[in-house]
Design a protein around this ligand. Structure first.
Ligand code: PHE
Length: 445
């Protein structure tokens, strides 16, 4: 009671800050609060993932709390740092479900950490929503596990198609983080899709997160004379690999996925990452008014431009809160069922509906890294058919529409309709919309 009384005297943001204190003990969820567990990497090798994500989630919670909460109940976030460690992620989620009495869980960014924690939430029947883990296995952990982003079979197909079709590349090298589910998942898809588009993966080399010397792998890569290098990894490693590749005189474009997104990519990689491309969930230069409002509010609050982690996590938090509201209950099954029936949720990272696998089907942006570390939207890619190549059947049924949009409203160029590939082989059916509108040339921080 005392705690509630004190909290009532605080502003929304102070309330959220207070709610972030760990602990609370069994039953702390009570009936007067909506307790949501958040597990993220606030320290360790991918700290920026967790910091940005938590910023987005706190902002969403404060918005809802300031407007009266969820059906009159205030949201109480229980934010925990897993130190970029999968085992710690599992430990935190165990505590969420056995001691803290959370109604729902948001986390993680990295697929390996979500995969480690998901079975625990599933067994306890507490719904878990990941904002940004893209490996397909994440939601296979059970029917209480959801993701509000695209999956790697779609992202990997977009990467392979971009290299083959848009860049016209034929000989790819692959640099893979062998112990990372995200990296190996993308490797698999690239190996399936790139050859179907007339390319060949001429060499694959591996590394491990945190390595600092890539000399041996890059010497081998240089020897096999690729015209593009796929690096499905996380920003810190990618930046070092890029630097060492350029030092070796390897000048071909580097292509990556969402794991590249961090201002740190350029801070560490500098000129070596300029001219590279990566797929992503969103761009702060999208002219959609709701994106621009989000960017402005976030900048006012945190003093920086939100990256994709902040945006995906902000959306995930609002999706979770919306489900709790519609469930009108703190019961796990009721919230799970409400999440499953999320309909056309208008996120800043796109409209969210969950398919039968509890995965979202969303547009993908191909981002180009320009001088000074500025990001530009190179293409918007809408991949239809979330059940993309998984290694079982599925031919190279690639349907590419390239629409040059020269209007000054790139945000409107989401060509989702009319491109449904209704054949049995629903593979890489992609609309690559070359956007030459105003937003393409704007600078990032
Ligand atoms: N998609 C990555 C994974 O599943 C995580 C990630 C998402 C990283 C978005 C950066 C931006 O591991």
């Amino acid at each position: 009671m005392k705690r509630t009384f004190i909290a009532l005297g605080l502003t929304a943001s102070l309330l959220a800050a207070a709610a972030c204190q760990p602990g609370g003990g069994p039953g702390a969820g009570g009936g007067d609060k909506v307790k949501i567990g958040v597990f993220m990497s606030l320290t360790g090798s991918t700290a920026q993932f967790g910091i940005s994500s938590t910023n987005g989630i706190k902002m969403a919670a404060d918005e809802v709390n300031a407007a009266g909460g969820i059906n009159g109940k205030q949201i109480e976030l229980n934010v925990q740092d897993d130190r970029s460690d999968a085992q710690e992620a599992a430990t935190i989620v165990t505590k969420f479900v056995t001691q803290d009495g959370v109604a729902g869980i948001i986390g993680e960014v990295a697929s390996s950490r979500t995969i480690a924690a998901a079975p625990i939430a599933q067994n306890a029947k507490v719904p878990l929503l990941t904002p940004s883990s893209t490996n397909p296995d994440v939601t296979k952990k059970g029917d209480y596990i959801f993701r509000s982003c695209f999956i790697d079979p779609v992202q990997g197909a977009a990467m392979a198609q971009f290299a083959a079709k848009s860049l016209g590349k034929k000989r790819a090298a692959l640099m893979v983080d062998r112990k990372n589910d995200y990296s190996t998942g993308l490797e698999k898809v690239i190996n399936e899709v790139f050859p179907k588009l007339g390319g060949e993966v001429v060499i694959t080399q591996s590394y491990q997160e945190g390595d600092t010397d890539f000399n041996g792998q890059l010497t081998s890569i240089k020897g096999s004379n690729p015209d593009v290098i796929f690096i499905p990894g996380y920003y810190g490693d990618v930046a070092l690999i890029a630097k060492q590749a350029r030092d070796k005189g390897i000048t071909v474009p580097l292509v990556g996925g969402d794991g590249w997104d961090s201002a740190q990519l350029y801070t560490i990689g500098g000129q070596a990452v300029v001219g590279s491309y990566f797929t992503n969930h969103y761009s702060p230069y999208d002219t959609d008014p709701k994106v621009q409002k989000f960017v402005k509010d976030y900048q006012t609050r945190y003093g920086s431009i939100p990256d994709a982690l902040a945006a995906t996590a902000y959306d995930a938090a609002h999706i979770m809160f919306d489900a709790v509201k519609r469930a009108n209950s703190l019961d796990g099954k009721a919230i799970r069922d409400a999440l499953a029936t999320t309909k056309d949720f208008p996120g800043v990272t796109g409209t969210v509906n969950f398919n039968e696998n509890r995965d979202a089907v969303k547009p993908i942006m191909m981002i180009r890294v320009d001088d000074g570390g500025k990001y530009a939207i190179q293409e918007r890619v809408v991949v239809e058919g979330a059940a993309m190549p998984t290694g079982t059947g599925g031919g190279a049924n690639t349907n590419t529409n390239t629409n040059a949009n020269t209007a000054a409203t790139p945000g409107a160029n989401t060509n989702a309709a009319g491109n449904a590939n209704s054949g049995a082989n629903t593979n890489a059916n992609t609309n690559a919309n070359a956007n030459t509108g105003a937003a393409n040339t704007k600078a990032t921080p």
